[in-house]
Write a protein that binds this ligand. Structure first.
Ligand SMILES: [Zn+2]
Length: 299
């Protein structure tokens, strides 16, 4: 089992197999690639471009894919993914990063949610395709991942998918089997400010491990930008949910934090929590406990 981090700054954290740098999160800010970290790119979730090109925002009968749309509760603004100018720009950016970075991770490479996108271009493309609405959308998403694969070349390509194992195709256009032909691994974000009820996260991890035909990584929330100690999960919750997820047989766990020193604080707190580590022995998540023991040497 692998352990990784998902960071908003280009300084790697110690004690992990993979460091992901969020070079372009959904806020739309863009950093510079580093050879020391894998690059994560949010493709069509992009607040910056949405404000520069409001005409690029995906649309539905229940309004646009923006943070203000209460029917959907989007965490960021989402652009229509059939815009050829945007697609080419995004693929070029992926290629530029793949030249420097040891691997690429793509987020937000799908339709906003069910009901998107019904802009005139999407409706025209769908009608011309002769496919059902669901199949056409899935084909658009798979086609984008295939093109991204070509740009990434032989370096590892991680595909981040939203955590809906049942309706992922209808909602986001995920054809899991098709995407698996082009991805080296899937990442399932399960971000939460509390993991107090770990049962649900374990259930989701178990379902995805069964469905997905490539290695599965689960991404957990440690300490994102703009948080304070009262708004993030406790170290006990993170370690417990990590063990519950590990025992489902997933291939890796990723920890999201603003930067490497937030991760270091988490590692220190984990190492110091001897009582909890003892309790977690025998839970089936031993690889998590073993990794925490390895971190002891960092302090
Ligand atoms: Zn559209």
């Amino acid at each position: 089992m692998k352990f990784a981090v998902f960071l908003y700054h280009p300084e790697p954290a110690e004690g992990f197999d993979i460091n992901f740098y969020r070079i372009k999160p959904e806020s739309g800010t863009v950093g510079k690639p580093t050879p020391h970290m894998y690059t994560n790119i949010a493709c069509f979730g992009d607040n910056q471009k949405a404000s520069e090109h409001p005409e690029w925002i995906a649309v539905s009968k229940d309004g646009p894919a923006t943070r203000l749309n209460k029917k959907y509760n989007f965490r960021w603004d989402i652009l229509c993914m059939t815009n050829p100018e945007l697609v080419e720009e995004t693929l070029n950016f992926i290629e530029e990063n793949a030249r420097v970075s040891p691997g690429i991770s793509l987020s937000s490479m799908h339709f906003a949610d069910h009901g998107f996108c019904i802009c005139p271009r999407c409706m025209d493309l769908w009608r011309k395709s002769g496919l059902s609405w669901t199949e056409w959308r899935a084909q658009v998403v798979t086609d984008f991942v295939k093109k991204a694969r070509d740009r990434v070349g032989s370096k590892p390509l991680f595909i981040n998918i939203l955590p809906d194992p049942v309706l992922g195709k209808e909602r986001f256009g995920y054809n899991y089997d098709e995407i698996a032909n082009y991805a080296d691994a899937f990442v399932v974000p399960m971000f939460s400010r509390s993991y107090i009820t770990s049962w649900y996260f374990e259930t989701l991890a178990r379902a995805f491990k069964r469905i997905l035909k490539k290695p599965v990584f689960v991404n957990l929330y440690v300490y994102g930008p703009g948080e304070n100690p009262q708004t993030v999960p406790t170290v006990e919750q993170i370690l417990t949910v990590s063990c519950r997820i590990a025992r489902t047989g997933v291939d890796g766990i990723i920890y999201l934090a603003e930067n490497a020193w937030r991760i270091r604080d988490f590692q220190r707190a984990a190492v110091q929590n001897k009582k909890l580590l003892e309790e977690l022995e025998g839970s089936g998540g031993e690889e998590v406990v073993e990794r925490v023991r390895v971190w002891e040497s960092l302090f």
